[in-house]
Design a binder for this molecule. Structure first.
Ligand SMILES: [Zn+2]
Ligand SMILES: [Zn+2]
Length: 224
């Protein structure tokens, strides 16, 4: 299984090398980070570019000046991270599990934010794409079908890169309360697992202050 995945990856990389000729260093960086070129990545890239333009920022966020909110954990979220410089680890990249291709970018300094959401019908995967994707996922795609899938995914991505912003996204100013900057928080040791944990994450479990994972373990059926 492992070998098959690797073979597939290599095949894809070869395909990319031979056909990927987008003259855009920023987008190439997104592809390098994400691992492949796909329509979702193109959507995230387009959204990030437009949102950065709207809030008047040219370069990505080195610190916590910008805050990004993504309403999906799909491919597009990776392009948002690369382009805006907002990252999960810096605490200025927030994931809302809403299952939407929608992205918000805000600036703390300027106190503004915009949200771009994919328009209904703005971009739809055709049946062929969906069918091939399913075959790829289940591992039943023939070698011709794999090539056809890579080609179709590639071309769909290219089309999105070229689409009118207006056709692709609904864009509106967003009234959001930006989360406060990350603070350095004191740790304490959980008395059950003996691992250090943010002190304000300790909570009562049967009279003992324990960490979230130890509390989770006790919730599993058939235990404690
Ligand atoms: Zn992808
Ligand atoms: Zn613990």
């Amino acid at each position: 299984m492992e070998t098959m995945t690797r073979a597939l990856y290599k095949e894809e990389m070869n395909y990319m090398d031979n056909s990927f000729n987008i003259d855009n260093e920023e987008f190439k960086e997104c592809v390098r980070f994400h691992g492949h070129f796909c329509p979702g990545l193109a959507i995230g890239f387009r959204a990030a570019k437009e949102l950065l333009r709207l809030i008047g920022v040219v370069s990505r966020s080195g610190d916590e000046e910008l805050v990004a909110i993504v309403e999906t954990d799909a491919c597009s979220a990776d392009a948002m991270q690369v382009m805006t410089g907002c990252t999960f680890g810096k605490g200025n990249f927030i994931f809302l599990n809403y299952g939407k291709h929608a992205f918000t970018l805000g600036s703390r300094q300027r106190n503004i934010a915009f949200r771009a959401s994919l328009r209904a019908g703005g971009h739809v995967f055709n049946n062929e794409f969906v069918e091939l994707f399913e075959k790829m996922r289940s591992g039943s795609a023939s070698s011709e079908e794999r090539t056809a899938f890579l080609k179709l995914r590639h071309n769909t991505g290219l089309r999105i890169l070229d689409m009118d912003t207006e056709r692709l996204f609904k864009i509106e100013e967003a009234a959001i309360r930006l989360p406060p900057k990350v603070m350095v928080v004191r740790s304490e040791t959980c008395p059950v697992c003996l691992e250090p944990v943010r002190h304000d994450y300790l909570n009562d479990l049967n009279g003992i202050l324990t960490c979230p994972s130890c509390r989770k373990v006790s919730e599993r059926p058939g235990q404690g």
